[in-house]
Write a protein that binds this ligand. Structure first.
Ligand SMILES: CCCCCCC/C=C/C(=O)SCCNC(=O)CCNC(=O)[C@H](O)C(C)(C)COP(=O)(O)OP(=O)(O)OC[C@H]1O[C@@H](n2cnc3c(N)ncnc32)[C@H](O)[C@@H]1OP(=O)(O)O
Length: 289
């Protein structure tokens, strides 16, 4: 209930902010954790995640992200979105571990519903999505990138990308797995999921997790030039083709959303899983000290 009200408020505030200031032909709207600017080729928005320190996908961040996407989908002048991060060195640390640890089942269910919603909206978007991966991109961060039509990653060996859930003692849901298989093939996905592999940019390129690796200072310009190429394709044929390629994967979640929420809630509530998450969070803390 509270979240629905927040969502309505955000949409309203968003549309006010969204009555955009024109600055040198660029337009922008923002909420706290997501900044959207239109710049570069006509019809393209740049969406920047800004939820420091690591762009973890908290409930609030997911909500704002979904609302921003919804607004862009409804804006007929926007045909493409470049997804990137404003947090230095981090694309996104993935789902917020603190939303999945030490909370109650109702919270887990609400959180998961919002994860599903963002994924469905991103994965089935009619717009062209290009990710400019300018930092670390584990698990849910990788998921965001995998939803895009094209992935450009910065050539910095400190940045890694992949579905590393098994390292946390948790299991990537079937729809994460399906998208991984669609992207890198069954054998590579099977190995990477079991090992929780976090690929360096060069490895990610080799296995096909990303489409291109470029020097860090060229990630955005490359994403723009890729976008220009994709914009040259008629929308209707590209959209129908995208839908044909992705529909089965999206539908398999759509037809069992409620069961997936229940499965997540009971899995994440288990003592053994909570213990694994606790240990992982401790490890992240110790890394600092
Ligand atoms: C049937 C269904 C089963 C369940 C399915 C669940 C699917 C799960 C998907 C996920 O996305 S789980 C999240 C996976 N993410 C990770 O493993 C990333 C963990 N983080 C890191 O590896 C590093 O933080 C980093 C992203 C490489 C950045 O490193 P850096 O050295 O720059 O920062 P840190 O000092 O490590 O972190 C700063 C601060 O942020 C906290 N934090 C990091 N990641 C998360 C996160 N995902 N959620 C919440 N908080 C996170 C970290 O603990 C630090 O906190 P403080 O110590 O400053 O309080």
């Amino acid at each position: 209930m509270a979240l629905a009200a927040a969502r309505r408020l955000l949409l309203h505030a968003g549309s006010r902010l969204g009555r955009r200031e024109a600055v040198d032909g660029a337009r922008r709207f923002a909420n706290k954790r997501v900044l959207v600017e239109t710049e570069g080729p006509a019809g393209v928005a740049v969406m920047k995640l800004r939820n420091p320190p690591v762009n973890s996908l908290s409930l609030e961040c997911l909500t704002e992200f979904t609302i921003s996407l919804e607004k862009l989908e409804n804006d007929k002048s926007i045909r493409g979105v470049i997804l990137t991060s404003e947090c230095p060195g981090i694309f996104s640390a993935g789902l917020d571990l603190l939303e999945m640890y030490g909370r109650n089942p109702a919270h887990y269910a609400e959180y998961w519903k919002n994860v599903q919603e963002l994924w469905l909206r991103l994965y089935t978007s009619n717009m062209i999505l290009v990710s400019a991966i300018n930092g670390a991109s584990p698990a849910g961060g990788c998921l965001l990138a995998l939803c895009c039509d094209y992935r450009v990653m910065a050539d910095n060996p400190k940045y890694t990308i992949g579905l590393n859930e098994s390292l946390l003692g948790i299991v990537a849901p079937f729809w994460f797995k399906d998208m991984y298989v669609n992207t890198i093939g069954h054998r590579e996905a099977e190995r990477a999921l079991q090992l929780g592999t976090l690929f360096s940019p060069a490895e990610a390129l080799k296995v096909g997790v990303v489409d291109e690796v470029v020097p860090e200072d060229q990630v955005h310009s490359k994403a723009r030039s890729v976008m220009t190429k994709w914009l040259a394709i008629p929308d209707h044929s590209r959209q129908l083709t995208k839908n044909m390629m992705r529909k089965a994967t999206a539908d398999s979640l759509i037809k069992q959303r409620e069961a997936d929420i229940q499965n997540f809630t009971s899995f994440i509530s288990k003592d053994s899983i909570q213990k694994s998450l606790h240990m992982y969070l401790e490890k992240l803390k110790q890394k600092k000290g």
